[in-house]
Design a protein around this ligand. Structure first.
Ligand code: ATP
Length: 327
């Protein structure tokens, strides 16, 4: 059975004058999913989120929220959405509970249900001890919690958070990420950020956006598969027969790096255990076996800048990996 789509867009475009900020962009958010919208500054994340929440119109394209067309029926569609913009819409001269009371009315929550909705949001966002303090006197982390509380007050199916950890200290960042993970149990969430570890820490899936277009959309496992140039660096006590190395399964080419060191270029994933076995069979003394891999951060940077920087796994890591793979 296919998963229910709570948000489904098709070919969204947004121009600011002649500037094409969002370009044929598609996004699907499934029920029960936490999706990370990841991209550098200016990639078009906020513009996309403002379109998804009905705060600005797309220049073209459609947006369905929980089966309702946002452009045809905005009031109905917006009932399914809670939104924390990049600049939290909080009134500093109200207490947290006064502000949430005001938001409950804006969200059209029936009068007799408002207090219980506020109590639940205060509890879920850990605001109990500060509910009666002026928002202006709260730390930035707690102000952000108030912003999240107003986004979940009406129990929307979808919560959209635009850069919710920007400007927070490391402890506050950890706490807000934990809160977002908790929200993900009851709501589907879209989180925008330019920080890869944030998406890793919180999200089930990542959609990477560059210059208004999607360059990747899938799980982290799939992102890791995007490694370019799978390479093994091998070193021996003395020079060995390169032709023997080039006959190993999957090896595309062999380069001599000097000092009995070779680079084996593979089509796909290198098989380090084959090199090990060949060395044993030939009586070659192997003293280096490094698998070059790219970190997720590097893969992300490649997608954004088309740059490639490889890091190396140690021989111990490669052997451990092979042992784990081969049982
Ligand atoms: P950031 O993290 O810096 O907010 P972002 O990925 O959210 O970046 P957007 O804020 O959506 O990106 O901006 C996308 C592009 O559109 C940027 O080049 C930005 O300068 C431009 N832009 C955004 N809003 C406007 C506007 N109101 N008028 C003109 N250009 C705009």
């Amino acid at each position: 059975m296919s998963k229910q789509a709570l948000i489904q867009t098709s070919a969204l475009n947004r121009y600011y004058g002649k500037y094409h900020a969002v370009n044929d962009f598609n996004l699907t958010l499934h029920k029960g999913e936490v999706l990370g919208l990841l991209g550098p500054n200016g990639a078009g994340k906020s513009t996309t989120m403002q379109m998804l929440t009905g705060n600005i119109f797309p220049s073209s394209g459609t947006i369905q929220i929980n089966g309702v067309d946002l452009l045809d029926n905005p009031k109905q569609a917006k009932k399914s959405i809670g939104y924390l913009p990049e600049q939290p819409p909080i009134y500093r001269d109200m207490t947290a509970s006064e502000f949430l009371k005001y938001c409950a009315a804006l969200h059209d929550i029936p009068k007799d249900k408002r207090q219980s909705a506020i109590d639940i949001a205060i509890e879920r966002c850990g605001l109990g001890d500060v509910a009666n303090k002026l928002i202006a006197n709260l730390s930035k982390g707690y102000q952000q919690r108030v912003g999240i509380a107003q986004a979940i007050l009406h129990q929307p199916q979808v919560v959209i958070l635009d850069e919710p950890t920007v400007g927070l200290d490391p402890i506050q960042i950890t706490e807000i990420r934990e809160l977002i993970r908790e929200l993900g149990k009851d709501h589907s969430v879209i989180l925008s950020t330019h920080i890869l570890p944030e998406v890793q820490a919180v999200c089930d899936r990542v959609q990477i956006i560059k210059e208004g277009s999607t360059v990747f959309s899938d799980t982290f496992e799939q992102l890791e598969q995007r490694q370019s140039a799978p390479v093994l660096l091998v070193g021996f006590e003395s020079v060995v027969d390169e032709n023997e190395l080039s006959t190993l399964a999957g090896v595309k080419s062999v380069q001599l790096l000097g000092e009995a060191r070779y680079q084996l270029n593979y089509e796909e994933s290198p098989i380090a255990s084959d090199v090990f076995q060949l060395s044993v069979a030939k009586g070659w003394k192997l003293n280096e076996l490094n698998q070059q891999t790219e970190s997720l951060e590097q893969i992300f940077m490649n997608l954004i800048h088309n740059e490639s920087v490889a890091s190396e796994n140690t021989v111990e890591e490669v052997v451990k990996e092979q042992v784990a793979k081969n049982g």
